[in-house]
Ligand binder design. Structure first.
Ligand SMILES: [Zn+2]
Ligand SMILES: [Zn+2]
Length: 165
């Protein structure tokens, strides 16, 4: 299998004030079925692409960071357009500001980032059918088991820079 050439992914908010570009493929994509994501999105799940924060370039506008409660109790920072308030990404306490959880639905071509895993399926809406063979876990999971080696190395590199701060 040949590695596909990565074409930059771009996205933005609804009013057009905020535009961003991902300069590489994400490390991993979560489809999260937890109640918190259902409430935040107003729908059945959230699709989050995890990528190093320095690989997300703001092309236009500025984001407003809103402190928001999270499932872990440690909170998340949601980056929103200051005008239309659409959420473009979040930072969770685990990886801090170094990893952005980009809301896949804000990309111009969201079809390019299907989920790598379904998580918190214990609260999955019953009508959502997960394709056979697709990784799915009732709650959370061990990265070492599911992530590709290259993504684990990228995540470790991010953690190393955090420790030096
Ligand atoms: Zn906007
Ligand atoms: Zn969730």
């Amino acid at each position: 299998m040949t590695t596909p050439v990565f074409l930059p992914l771009e996205g933005g908010c609804t009013c057009g004030e905020v535009r961003y570009r991902l300069t590489s493929a994400p490390m991993f994509v979560h489809c999260c079925h937890c109640r918190w994501c259902q409430r935040e999105t107003g729908t059945a799940f959230a699709l989050n692409a995890m990528i190093e924060a320095d690989r997300v370039h703001l092309l236009k506008g500025k984001v407003e960071i809103i402190d928001t409660p999270s499932n872990s109790g440690k909170g998340q920072k949601i980056a929103r357009c200051p005008t239309c308030r659409i959420a473009v990404w979040s930072n969770y306490s685990g990886a801090g500001d170094t990893v952005n959880f980009v809301r896949v639905g804000t990309l111009d071509t969201p079809d390019r980032l299907p989920p790598d895993i379904h998580i918190f399926t214990m609260s999955k809406q019953p009508w959502v059918a997960i394709p056979p063979g697709m990784p799915a876990v009732e709650e959370y999971y061990d990265r070492a088991i599911y992530w590709p080696k290259e993504s684990l190395e990228r995540r470790n590199a991010v953690q190393a820079t955090r420790r030096n701060v």
